[in-house]
Design a protein around this ligand. Structure first.
Ligand code: T46
Length: 133
């Protein structure tokens, strides 16, 4: 089974340019409770290094690019985010690391739950133990 999946959002274009609409429980497969975005990540900095116990997210690179490593405790896979029309769906219990942010990268993330630090697993060994349960 794949560690993640992609959603292709249609770009509604006309002579003025493009528009992408994100609709909860329609093109986005859950009710959106939170939206955040990551920008201004300094060259060479990596982010993430955690998993979530119960959280669905869709990450969209609105501008620029970055690389995500996803790991379910058995397999590691890489996803390149570089398009405002492609959403990366990340489910529960997937370890994620984000690397190689371009200077102009703006990563928009839609989340199924409010922010809750107790939902984070920030220790890799603890994550490995959780996925074995
Ligand atoms: C994820 C990846 C893709 C909040 O106060 N509210 C929020 O909604 C979020 C997401 C973060 N924060 C605080 C917690 C930290 O003090 O913002 C600070 C930076 O968060 P963090 O170090 O967790 O950021 P990343 O980039 O490592 O991870 C983020 C998300 O936290 C995480 O859920 O999946 O992006």
């Amino acid at each position: 089974m794949s560690l993640f999946k992609w959603i292709d959002f249609p770009a509604l274009g006309d002579e003025r340019g493009f528009l992408v609409a994100l609709e909860a429980e329609e093109s986005v497969p859950f009710a959106i409770k939170r939206v955040y975005y990551i920008f201004g990540t300094r060259e060479g900095e990596a982010r993430g290094f955690h998993a979530h116990k119960k959280l669905q997210q869709v990450a969209i690179c609105i501008t620029g690019k970055c690389r995500m490593i996803l790991d379910d405790g058995e397999e590691r896979s890489e996803a390149r985010l570089d398009s405002p029309t492609k959403g990366l769906v990340i489910g529960d219990l997937v370890w994620r690391e984000m690397h190689d942010f371009s200077e102009d990268c703006v990563l928009l993330v839609l989340a199924s739950e409010h922010y809750d630090e107790s939902d984070y697993i920030r220790d890799y060994d603890e994550f490995k133990n959780q996925v074995k349960l």
